[in-house]
Design a protein around this ligand. Structure first.
Ligand code: FES
Length: 200
């Protein structure tokens, strides 16, 4: 199982949680004040509220519904309605491997010994949704199957492809530190229009 990009570091600063997804797996991606990144199942073990609707409180993620708090290992360690109770170990959120490198947040849904994708010193520019499958986006660049990262000659750009659904891919765009971010942004908008078959 390889690492797949689920967001850019600049969009998920410490103290922020966002929704994300990899195919059928809905994720709550959050950054603790310590700077460590986490990708969890986006369902609270209590009543199933989306944890991505919650909030970061210290080094825990708190559910917005009844306030249960989950530590960085995904274990519940505080229930506001029962403040003296030590929650049982069985109350925990499914967690996935998650790390940040090169300004990109990477997730693997299974244990992996794969190295993180090589970005060649490129830096994040922006994330762009494309209404196509990751396979079809990759095919545009001659890749046989959906790669985690497609190296594109235009602007010496890397696209880290996030397969969201069968008809939606998030392309996280990275470019040389010397590249003009506005030019890269215009290029990727044109690319999206070309791939989707609509005017830019
Ligand atoms: S649903 Fe999350 S605390 Fe109740």
């Amino acid at each position: 199982m390889s690492w797949i990009a689920v967001g850019l570091k600049k969009d998920v600063p410490p103290g922020i949680v966002i929704p994300s997804r990899l195919a059928d797996t809905e994720l709550a991606v959050w950054c603790a004040p310590s700077g460590s990144y986490h990708a969890w199942s986006d369902r609270c073990p209590h009543r199933g509220m989306r944890l991505s609707h919650g909030f970061v409180r210290g080094n825990t993620l708190a559910c917005i519904y009844h306030g249960w708090q989950y530590n960085e290992a995904g274990s519940c360690d505080y229930i506001p309605a029962h403040p003296k109770l030590t929650p049982p170990d069985t109350i925990c959120v499914p967690t996935y491997s998650c790390t940040e490198a090169g300004g990109v947040i990477w997730v693997s849904l299974e244990a992996t010994d794969q190295p993180l994708p090589e970005l060649g010193g490129r830096v994040p520019v922006r994330s762009v949704p494309i209404a196509l499958s990751a396979e079809n986006v990759a095919a545009h660049f001659g890749a046989g199957s959906a790669p985690t990262v497609a190296v594109v000659s235009d602007h010496d750009t890397v696209l880290a492809l996030q397969p969201c659904t069968d008809t939606l891919t998030m392309a996280h765009v990275l470019a040389s530190p010397d590249a003009d971010p506005k030019a890269v942004s215009r290029w990727v908008e044109d690319l999206r229009a070309t791939l989707e078959g609509v005017p830019a």
